[in-house]
Ligand binder design. Structure first.
Ligand SMILES: Nc1nc2c(ncn2[C@@H]2O[C@H](COP(=O)(O)OP(=O)(O)O)[C@@H](O)[C@H]2O)c(=O)[nH]1
Ligand SMILES: [Mg+2]
Length: 634
């Protein structure tokens, strides 16, 4: 089954609603006021199955005052039926609706020349040629023009045939994408709760799915799913869908919100866009112009910030802009939108979203324009590269990629692999995924190297810098994964070495002066002499007559040479500890277990101060294992 959404478009009273009824038998005017006045105020719906095709019709109001409602229906269309009455031909809302279809980049459709019963064949042909001229050069150039009469039924069969023919050539909406349902109606049914309806523009929604109403970020669940008024377990892209939402009050949702899988997307108040202004726009669009943005079913007020150093966008022209929204929406790159002027309310342009979660740009920021042009020209992987680049030292996590691009997990993994394989990004975390751009890595790596170089120059005797100091000074608030990944990558590249918690350049060797070398030997001897009755570094240094700052550096060197072991505050010579281990192991031939008393005895009468930390150290080293008050020798 192929699911196709067909929208009407055209001037008021040209017979849109009558045509939908002639095709489907359904009166899409559902409001009482609509029926009384005989005019369409809000969007209405009907459906029709022909063979393997299921058509969902969205009938829109033609009246100038209700274009905002028309826009709530025009966003998810696969096909448009441009309705032009043969007796009146092209009228103002024929033009405005058609402009909207073009700005939304609709790709397919036909023209229904309605009320064919009201004109003679000459007038009909005149209307046909006017319409053909009107659509010349657009996506409807060469599209079928079908004379119909909803009154007599003439041409309705031809129209159906043409719809089927066009549909066979249309690609269905992506069912594998992340589900998005821009809500066009929300109401409550007694004993049932809140129901929302809309065109499922991408993905699938199943009964029981965890969903989220955005941008309000309300978590909910699909309690019941209906397509064209019939219960189903699964709604798929291209279907008119109604969802019964669990735990949501009808006051909490309205037209304009979006239903999506829980935790996948995020609301935004700032979008970067490519904006086109219609040639008919009354004036150029300058900085801070206030416009109405129509995106999906949402209508919000917005300020326009023209980017790329331009002062304005001219009628008939296009440019890059940031839209600063007065209320949040939910947008991803590639979404189309319409803008209308605040007053008078007319359609002046539209465009495409390039970055749905944009940071605030300064007006004269030239780099932004370059970035946006890169996004525009990029395929999906290259687009991800730009977003990863923008995240700098922060890196971009799988969740952030999903919010920024609207991509599925599979798409994210594929695009990430492409970037990693080509060396454009580094994978700093696997589960969850975290990407760092190669540029950001180079910058961070260079800072680390520079910091170590300076340190080695300043303090040739010192082994290196503490990891933590490097982290705080170079990585600031970066994620710990980024720090770890950069350090281990630098190690892999053989540029730095990490010894315990000390980082140094790979090539760095501490330079000992003759007198320092003597001091080092003195310190080592002092430690050796103390045996197991070790003191703190301060005490040992004092005893050997070495100033403490020097002793600390010498201690670092001894640590690298594995000549010292630190237990708590106490610094032992490694030989003393090795002796001790040998003694304890030898004890095993006499008894399987050892207690504190025996331990003191074999170590030549150690006090508790030394005995207890040493025993605990042996436990950690798995020489012994504590069982109650005794220790098993392993
Ligand atoms: N004679 C004739 N009248 C029509 C035809 N289609 C619509 N009408 C009439 O034109 C008026 C407006 O039709 P409607 O479908 O409400 O127009 P809409 O505003 O475009 O939805 C109604 O009175 C219809 O009965 C047609 O094919 N032939
Ligand atoms: Mg109507």
């Amino acid at each position: 089954m192929k699911h196709i959404i067909v929208g009407t478009a055209g001037h008021i009273d040209h017979g849109k609603t009558a045509l939908v009824k002639a095709l489907t038998g359904i009166d899409a005017d559902r409001l009482k006021e609509e029926k009384q006045r005989g005019i369409t105020i809000d969007i209405g719906f009907a459906d029709l199955a022909i063979g393997d095709y299921e058509f969902g019709f969205v009938d829109v109001p033609g009246h100038e005052r209700f274009v905002k409602n028309m826009l709530a229906g025009a966003h998810g269309l696969d096909l448009v039926m441009l309705v032009v009455a043969a007796d009146e031909s092209v009228m103002p809302q024929t033009r405005e609706h058609f402009d909207i279809c073009k700005l939304l980049h609709l790709k397919s459709g036909l023209i229904a020349l309605t009320k064919s019963d009201m004109v003679d064949s000459d007038l009909l042909e005149l209307a046909r040629s006017e319409v053909e001229e009107f659509v010349a050069g657009s996506f409807l150039a060469g599209a079928p023009v079908i004379p119909v009469s909803s009154k007599t039924g003439a041409g309705i069969h031809d129209l159906k045939t043409a719809l089927v023919e066009l549909t066979s050539r249309i690609e269905s909406k992506a069912g594998t994408a992340i589900a998005r349902l821009p809500i066009d109606r929300a109401f409550s049914i007694k004993g049932f709760g809140t129901v929302v309806t809309g065109t499922l523009v991408a993905g699938e929604i199943r009964t029981g799915d965890e969903l989220e109403v955005l941008p309000e970020a309300l978590r909910t669940r699909a309690r019941n799913v209906q397509v064209h008024g019939r219960d189903t377990d699964l709604a798929t892209a291209g279907q008119r869908t109604a969802i019964n939402l669990q735990g949501i009050n009808v006051e909490q949702v309205q037209r304009g919100s979006v239903l999506a899988p829980a935790g996948r997307l995020r609301g935004t108040s700032m979008i970067d866009v490519r904006l086109e202004l219609l040639p008919s726009a009354p004036r150029p669009l300058g900085h801070r112009a206030r416009v109405r943005l129509h995106h999906g079913t949402a209508e919000v007020m917005s300020r326009v910030i023209v980017l790329g150093g331009e002062a304005s966008i001219q009628p008939g022209g296009a440019g890059l802009a940031q839209l600063r929204l007065e209320e949040p929406i939910t947008a991803i790159p590639g979404d189309r939108f319409i803008i209308r002027s605040y007053s008078p309310q007319v359609t002046i342009g539209g465009g495409v979203v390039l970055d749905g979660l944009a940071p605030k740009h300064r007006i004269r920021d030239v780099a932004v324009a370059i970035t946006l042009k890169n996004i525009e020209a990029a395929d999906a992987a290259a687009q991800l590269h730009v977003f990863v680049g923008l995240s700098g030292a922060h890196g971009l996590s799988a969740k952030e990629i999903a919010e920024r691009t609207g991509a599925t997990d599979l798409e994210i993994a594929q695009r990430a692999n492409t970037l990693i394989a080509s060396g454009k990004a580094l994978q700093t975390g696997t589960n969850p995924l975290l990407l760092l751009s190669a540029d950001a890595y180079q910058k961070l790596a260079a800072s680390v190297i520079e910091m170590l170089e300076n340190h080695h120059k300043r303090e040739p005797l010192s082994l290196g810098l503490a990891r933590e100091e490097v982290r705080v000074r170079v990585f600031g608030h970066a994620r710990p994964e980024v720090f770890r990944a950069v350090i281990s990558r630098l190690q892999e590249e053989g540029r730095i070495a990490a010894e315990r918690d000390i980082l140094r350049l790979w090539s760095h060797r501490p330079e000992l002066s003759d007198s320092d070398a003597v001091s080092k030997a003195k310190l080592e001897n002092a430690l050796k002499a103390a045996g197991l009755q070790a003191g703190t570094l301060e005490e040992s240094a004092g005893g050997a007559g070495i100033p403490l700052p020097l002793a600390r550096k010498l201690y670092d060197l001894l640590l690298i040479e594995k000549k010292v072991v630190r237990i708590g505050d106490m610094v032992f010579h490694a030989d003393s500890i090795e002796d001790l281990k040998a003694k304890v192991r030898a004890q095993k031939s006499k008894a399987a277990k050892i207690d504190v008393a025996v331990f003191k005895e074999i170590t030549g009468g150690l006090t508790r101060k030394h005995a207890i930390p040493l025993l605990e150290y042996l436990d950690r080293e798995r020489i012994t294992r504590r069982i109650g008050n005794e220790r098993e020798i392993l």
